[in-house]
Design a protein around this ligand. Structure first.
Ligand code: NAD
Ligand code: UFG
Length: 330
């Protein structure tokens, strides 16, 4: 079975390609390399012993995408391609709306044209916004007030409306919580360009001495230690969630949270990272980051019941694998 993975050289996409290839799927990657490197294809081949096909193409380019669909007997699509930096989306809203909405529509149109019935979409817990934790799939969406979050909510709507018109299609809207960690080989992982926005890559760069200290954004939240709480999920668990969705979902639209169901504070993550990896993380508490919520974690019951999937790796493994990748790559 051949799967098209858009954004397949990116962080989550590359780990999902490893899971797909290891499970016997054939893989075609489409990526414009705006936030990843071609060498990731070699790394995937090194890990799995199988080489995915790679197209350097833009998912918003309808004719380029058409060439791929016409050349290969694709049976399912996992659509990771997208821009994901919240702050940048405020600076460049049209770039975000254009890239994230158009790429989704183009790939979906080609699925419909070529009779590809399985479509898995990378959504985000950001669509829950200020709802009460834990977040449940049935909650009304309140995407955080930034263009990035809006694109995820809009893509969910576009996919749902199209699937209603094409009842033969199976669409999974996967709402990721906070992916961290790396493949245990340390060959692939998250490699942000410039100064990281997210907590774990920032911590690993502080650990390596690339950055002098971590700024903890707020210690006055209504949480036990005052710092923000998130549901960190190991990227390999997230990857296996995609396979479960591909294999188990029937026709229609299916929304799943992919998280662990457990929350960890910023200070807890720092302490665990220091203990597991035997390194110091100098940090300083500063003011809150605008737009952050106090707490965000998943109700994971639906994914467990309907996909038979659950995350198995804990915070220690996430810290260990993130650090191994940083040491090998940085
Ligand atoms: P990433 O930036 O590492 O991967 C995205 C990949 O898509 C990159 O390789 C990039 O080059 C490619 N890309 C972007 N626009 C493209 C286009 N128009 N055509 C072809 N390729 C394009 O990001 P990631 O962390 O792997 O995220 C994957 C998906 O998951 C994204 O849609 C993101 O919004 C979503 N997501 C990520 C997180 C997270 O915290 N990492 C959380 C929730 C949702
Ligand atoms: N944090 C710090 N210092 C930093 C970076 C982050 O204290 O240098 C804190 C944040 O305030 C927050 C926690 O660490 O409490 C996690 O922050 P991240 O930036 O790692 O993650 P977010 O939860 O803010 O956002 C991430 C992705 C979004 C996605 C969302 C889904 O960046 O794209 O998860 O819930 F939408």
């Amino acid at each position: 079975m051949l799967i098209l993975v858009t954004g397949g050289t990116g962080y989550i996409g590359s780990h999902t390609c490893v899971e797909l290839l290891n499970s016997g799927y054939d893989v075609v990657i489409l990526d414009n390399l705006v936030n990843s490197e071609r060498s990731v294809v070699d790394r995937i081949a090194q890990i799995t012993g199988r080489r995915p096909l790679f197209y350097h193409a833009d998912a918003t380019d309808a004719s380029a995408v058409d060439v791929i669909f016409s050349a290969h007997p694709i049976e399912g699509v996992i659509h990771f391609a997208g821009l994901k930096a919240v702050g940048e989306s405020v600076e460049k809203p049209l770039t975000y709306y254009r890239n994230n909405l158009l790429s989704t529509m183009v790939v979906l149109e080609k699925c419909i044209k070529y009779g590809v019935r399985r479509f898995v979409f990378s959504s985000s817990a950001t669509v829950y916004g200020e709802n009460e934790v834990p977040f449940v799939e049935t909650m009304e969406l309140r995407p955080r007030a930034n263009p990035y979050g809006e694109t995820k909510a809009m893509c969910e709507k576009i996919l749902s409306d199209a699937a209603a018109r094409h009842p033969e299609m199976s669409v999974a809207l996967l709402r990721y919580f906070n992916p961290v960690g790396a493949h245990e080989s340390g060959l692939i992982g998250e490699k942000p360009r410039g100064v990281p926005n997210n907590l774990m890559p920032y911590i690993t760069q502080v650990a390596q001495g690339i950055l002098p200290e971590l700024r903890v954004f707020g210690a006055d939240y209504p949480t036990p230690d005052g710092t923000g709480i998130r549901d960190y999920i190991h990227v390999m668990d997230l990857a296996s969630g995609h396979l479960a969705a591909l294999e188990k979902m029937g026709p229609g639209v299916h929304i799943f949270n992919l998280g662990t169901g457990r929350g960890t504070s910023v200070l807890e993550l720092i302490t665990t990272f220091e203990q597991v990896n035997k390194v110091q993380i100098p940090y300083r508490i500063v003011g809150r980051r605008p737009g952050d919520v106090a707490a965000c974690w998943a109700d994971v019951g639906k994914a467990q019941r309907e996909l038979g999937w659950r995350a198995t790796r804990g915070i220690e493994e996430m810290c260990r694998d993130s650090w191994r990748f940083q040491q090998l790559s940085g």
